[in-house]
Design a protein around this ligand. Structure first.
Ligand SMILES: [Zn+2]
Length: 390
């Protein structure tokens, strides 16, 4: 009798320990193994460069930080960014992306929609059970995380939803306030699950930028890394039309070339490519060819250059800056921005707190101060002032 009691107690204890491990330890280990900052000597930033960097308006078009089980209001040694590190890097505006489904064995060449790693991630990170079997709920949950962080931040982090929000935010930053803004994006529109009403639902909850496909083809059409290579489907065209009506900005990152071309043909508003590189500088399957990139720019779009090897081939600060230079020469300085893909299972050589190294490298490479201002954030600021809903 006594032994049975002890056994039961031991079993309960074991279960509590196992749950604690899953809750507190596994998510950190998991993220720590995929979102890496490659070890490097500390960057020495010259005081005059730091002073220039600290007066810039800095914006980044893509981070996947909401995917991980981390309090983004606290400084962490894991991953690439959180609010204290954004502040240290003088970042004013961060686009927060939600990944909702990702195939196992994910690669830049060819993937199908048959498998999914995010289900396991949702379970291991103890996301609400409604997210385990629904990619729409995963999009809604990550958006609610962003709003919860903003609410708990005592006004340090705000969520931008309109031109008016953006105007107020820009004037607060100009007045010297160190408030940080977030804009919410979904990485692929598969969470709509074929139903346009879900776009309205997500819009009402705060979605302002929508990707079309991620690593696999979906109901909107072909992925850059899918199988079909097809352009926009009839449903895809309806999504573009509804997004235009609502004021949701289209993100063509990861879309097939045919789909990008179709979107440029029919979208009333310019598009972004939130994170990527330029094929002429880095000839890899993650990037679009130069002619298509020029069309995005010609239609008044902007392109975020990433910091990982798949986008820029050489992911040193100098390598990233060379891709930025190439993009400026190809597209014009008005069309180039930052698109880090921080915390997107990427390895980088500088996290967001270390961003001044990018400013310094651009200066060393002969960029003008005005070029740096535009690339580091003015282009994104102006794009959002023009294209967010009223
Ligand atoms: Zn991506």
């Amino acid at each position: 009798m006594k032994i049975a009691k002890y056994l039961a107690l031991a079993l309960v204890l074991l279960l509590v320990v196992a749950l604690a491990v899953v809750h507190w330890i596994v998510p950190g280990l998991l993220e720590g193994s995929v979102n890496l900052v490659k070890s490097h000597d500390p960057y020495t930033i010259r005081p005059e460069v730091q002073a220039f960097h600290d007066e810039l308006f800095i914006a980044d078009l893509h981070s996947d930080s909401l995917l991980w089980k981390r309090d983004l209001l606290k400084k962490s040694s894991i991953g690439h960014m959180d609010l204290p590190r954004l502040k240290k890097g003088n970042v004013a505006l961060q686009v927060f992306s939600a990944t909702t489904k990702s195939p196992s064995g994910q690669n830049y060449d060819q993937n199908t929609a048959d498998s999914d790693n995010i289900t396991l991630l949702a379970v291991v990170q103890l996301w609400p059970m409604r997210t385990w079997g629904s990619i729409l709920e995963r999009a809604r949950y990550q958006l609610s995380k962003l709003k919860d962080f903003a609410q708990a931040s005592n006004g340090d982090l705000i969520v931008i939803k309109s031109k008016e929000d953006m105007r107020t935010f820009v004037s607060r930053r100009s007045a010297g306030e160190k408030v940080v803004a977030g804009v919410y994006l979904i990485e692929g529109a598969h969470p709509l699950q074929g139903d346009l009403d879900n776009l309205n639902l997500l819009f009402d909850e705060g979605l302002r930028i929508s990707g079309l496909t991620h690593f696999f083809d979906n109901r909107l059409g072909g992925s850059l890394h899918g199988v079909s290579g097809e352009g926009l489907t009839a449903f895809g065209r309806e999504v573009i039309k509804r997004a235009n009506e609502l004021g949701i900005i289209i993100d063509v990152a990861h879309a097939s070339p045919q789909m990008v071309s179709d979107v440029l043909d029919i979208s009333d508003t310019p598009v972004i490519l939130s994170h990527g590189g330029v094929r002429g500088m880095c000839d890899q399957g993650r990037n679009l060819d130069d002619a298509l990139m020029k069309r995005i720019a010609a239609e008044r779009g902007i392109v975020g250059i990433g910091y990982w090897d798949g986008a820029v081939c050489d992911f040193t600060p100098l390598g990233v800056v060379k891709s930025i230079r190439y993009a400026i020469d190809l597209l014009g300085v008005d069309h180039v921005a930052l698109g880090s893909d921080y915390d997107g299972t990427t390895e980088v050589l500088f996290d967001t707190a270390e961003l001044a190294i990018l400013t310094q490298t651009m200066l060393d490479e002969g960029f003008s101060e005005s070029e740096i201002r535009q690339v580091m954030g003015l282009n994104v600021m102006q794009f959002l002032l023009r294209n967010l809903p009223d």
